[in-house]
Design a protein around this ligand. Structure first.
Ligand code: DGL
Length: 264
């Protein structure tokens, strides 16, 4: 398989980062993308920081080896644990995603915000630092979403059992008076239809994906790395997990686009 020319490299522990990929291709329609889903090692959220750093370094190195001009760490867990090390080791720009507690804190009227994220993200000093810096004036009710990543990976985002699991995590937040729910894991935007069944219009759900895509566009522009609009963009996906499951997932979220899916 020939290399794609200067793609935006993107990775996640699995399919979750596709919530960021779809925003990137929406605002950067001339860019090619190379996405790595490490579904064989999913979930990252329950792994040790050392393991997450090692996996992130190997994947980032692979993406750069394939010509990636920037790398988007489309995973909160990998960002909060490994982004500093990736920026130290690699010279291409590395863009991360972290729980959007800042916009939630700024807009909250009740002074209470909910955060659903992985255990790894909630426990990370990186996240603690962000919370202290940008959300010190509000109460953050943080809850690890055990089982939710697996539900998305296995195509069970709208199953009754998944809604019940979400209800267990979110209802106590509603009872405490949160008016914002930050989705601190890139898998969770795929659960929004199910979350809506629980929260209705009572609270605002905050998905950082559009902001990450805008940041990616800004970095490409500042670094003079934007692609030539006369070239046709290509999209290639590599998975360490099940190729057919990835194809099926892509078909559901983006049916009208051409892409190649390969096994790592
Ligand atoms: N999608 C990821 C995140 O944003 C990782 C989930 C996991 O593998 O635990 O945190």
């Amino acid at each position: 398989m020939s290399k794609i020319i200067n793609p935006i490299g993107i990775f996640d522990s699995g399919l979750g980062g596709l919530s960021i990929w779809r925003e990137i291709i929406k605002i950067l329609p001339f860019e090619s993308t190379l996405y790595y889903a490490d579904s064989a090692n999913c979930p990252y959220g329950e792994k040790s920081p050392d393991e997450i750093i090692e996996l992130s370094k190997v994947i980032t190195g692979y993406l750069i080896g394939q010509g990636a001009k920037v790398v988007v760490v489309a995973c909160n867990t990998a960002t909060t644990v490994a982004v500093e090390e990736l920026r130290r080791v690699f010279t291409v720009p590395v863009i991360g995603v972290e729980p959007a507690v800042k916009p939630a804190a700024l807009s909250s009227r009740t002074g209470k915000i909910g955060l659903l994220a992985t255990q790894g993200t909630i426990d990370s000093p990186f996240y603690r630092n962000t919370r202290e810096k940008f959300a010190a004036d509000v109460e953050v009710i943080a809850r690890p979403g055990f089982g939710l990543v697996e539900a998305v990976e296995n195509g069970r985002s709208e199953d009754k059992t998944t809604i019940e699991l979400l209800r267990r995590y979110i209802e106590p937040m509603l009872d405490s008076g949160v008016d914002r729910l930050v989705l601190g894991c890139t898998h969770y935007p795929f659960l929004i239809p199910s979350i809506k069944k629980i929260v209705g219009d009572r609270i605002e759900i905050i998905d950082p994906a559009p902001a990450v895509a805008r940041r990616c566009a800004a970095v490409l522009q500042q670094s003079a790395l934007l692609s030539d609009s006369s070239l046709l963009p290509e999209h290639r996906f590599i998975t360490s997990g099940d190729k057919e499951a990835m194809k099926l997932f892509l078909k559901t979220i983006k049916p009208n686009i051409k892409y190649i899916v390969e096994k790592a």
